[in-house]
Design a protein around this ligand. Structure first.
Ligand SMILES: [Zn+2]
Length: 427
């Protein structure tokens, strides 16, 4: 008996492909060499036979144990990527470029306008604005030039400090002038990073980034506040779309024009694994057709819940709510769990707020700190947010604090909801 319950989100054809993945992995990838042979082909057989895998399984023994025998990692179609985690959390992965582009193409079907826009542009110029660790170029160094920071695929990595809100004025001006000069067709960016840059652009009298036709928000879960700042700046003609992309697997999910996230349940066998109460479950993915470094039932650490109805956008892929990372949830008394997404809904997108952080400390106390814009924030909003958090967390102590600075994580990511309070299995 196990307390966890898994739900299959993919169609039967994908399950059949996942069985082929299992067979290939058993034969060709040492780390999976001990897996048993299947005794049936149903999802229940798959679930009972194939153990859940996690980051450490792929980190240990990379590359020899997790890459298919005889694979040439120096081949031109192999991309090596590094996750932005810190220390022992970092992960190196390898993927075939055509697998990554197939996953991207399938994921993009969720947003036909964006997909059409992308295919209409030749010689794409992309602007990236995100934590420096998320890129393989030195973008935190102010002495570098556009040429130093332009990747082979036409992506210009804009300069930014490792700790976002400490980015010096000189670096902000450099990023803004490079945006004017390079004129990217679209931006691939962290939402909090871009909302910071937009706020600084407005202060400098800049009210548009010329040539930008779409904005993809990725790297961290986008807050309602950041989305509002970005959408206000670009206006209704520029789609602003959230994408879930993992360094180890590529594109996994994308927001549709109706604002729901849709999972790519074709390039991956997708399962949700719920532990305990509530509808949220951790997304687990099995790659399909990956003959380089297949992943089997890879637990992503991201919690999702399914919508009960079909999405009005018409896409048939499963529509889900991204609740946030399991390790970042807040815990009330009596086992109440408040996911980062629910926290974000409580905070909302109040006027005059640039960013916020809700943090639960080791003792369980919670602090809501916020960074107001230059013209300030309506005075009753912070108090409302603090009171509602305390109410939802059933009696936890919640402090409210205005701040002139909010720190990024050591990885350089800016995370709006964090927790040092460990309950049960902290992973
Ligand atoms: Zn939809």
């Amino acid at each position: 008996m196990t307390a966890s319950e898994t739900t299959l989100l993919s169609a039967p054809a994908v399950l059949a492909a996942a069985w082929r993945e299992h067979a290939f992995a058993r034969e060709q990838v040492p780390v999976f060499g001990d897996l048993a042979a299947p005794t049936g082909t149903t999802y229940e057989h798959f679930r009972d036979l194939v153990p859940v895998t996690r980051k450490p399984d792929y980190r240990t023994g990379f590359p020899t144990r997790v890459v298919a025998r005889g694979a040439d990692l120096a081949a031109p179609d192999v991309l090596m990527s590094h996750s932005s985690g810190t220390g022992g959390d970092r992960l190196t992965s390898v993927s075939r470029l055509y697998d990554l582009s197939a996953r991207q193409e399938t994921t993009m079907r969720t947003h036909p306008t964006f997909a059409a826009l992308l295919s209409s542009i030749s010689g794409q110029r992309v602007g990236r604005y995100a934590a420096p660790n998320c890129s393989d170029v030195e973008c935190a160094n102010p002495l570098t030039t556009i040429a130093d920071r332009t990747l082979r695929d036409g992506t210009l990595v804009l300069p930014v400090a490792h700790d976002l809100f400490t980015t010096p004025e000189r670096m902000v001006r450099q990023a803004l002038s490079e945006l004017q000069e390079y004129r990217p067709h679209w931006l691939y960016t962290d939402a909090t990073h871009l909302s910071f840059l937009i706020t600084r652009a407005r202060a400098a009298g800049i009210d548009r980034f010329p040539g930008v036709r779409a904005v993809l928000l990725t790297y961290t879960r986008a807050t309602a506040t950041a989305k509002r700042i970005i959408r206000d700046f670009f206006g209704p003609s520029v789609p602003v779309v959230e994408v879930i992309s993992m360094s180890e697997l590529g594109w996994v999910a994308m927001e549709c024009p109706r604002g729901r996230m849709h999972l790519n349940a074709e390039s991956f066998l997708a399962e949700l694994r719920a532990d305990g109460d509530g509808p949220a479950g951790e997304l687990m993915l099995t790659t399909v057709g990956d003959r380089l470094s297949p992943h089997l039932r890879y637990a992503t650490g991201d919690m999702y819940s399914r919508y009960g109805d079909a999405c009005p956008c018409g896409a048939t892929s499963p529509s889900v709510r991204l609740e946030g990372r399991a390790s970042e949830a807040l815990h009330g008394v009596d086992g109440v769990v408040l996911w980062p997404r629910a926290v974000d809904e409580i905070v909302g997108a109040p006027d005059g707020m640039l960013a916020y952080r809700v943090h639960q400390d080791e003792a369980g106390d919670v602090e809501f700190s916020y960074l107001p814009m230059a013209d300030g924030m309506p005075s009753d909003e912070p108090e409302r947010i603090g009171a509602e958090l305390a109410n939802r967390l059933k009696g936890r102590q919640v402090r409210v604090r205005e701040s002139g600075y909010l720190a990024s994580q050591r990885s350089g990511k800016y995370i709006s909801c964090t927790s040092a309070y460990l309950v049960g299995d902290p992973r």
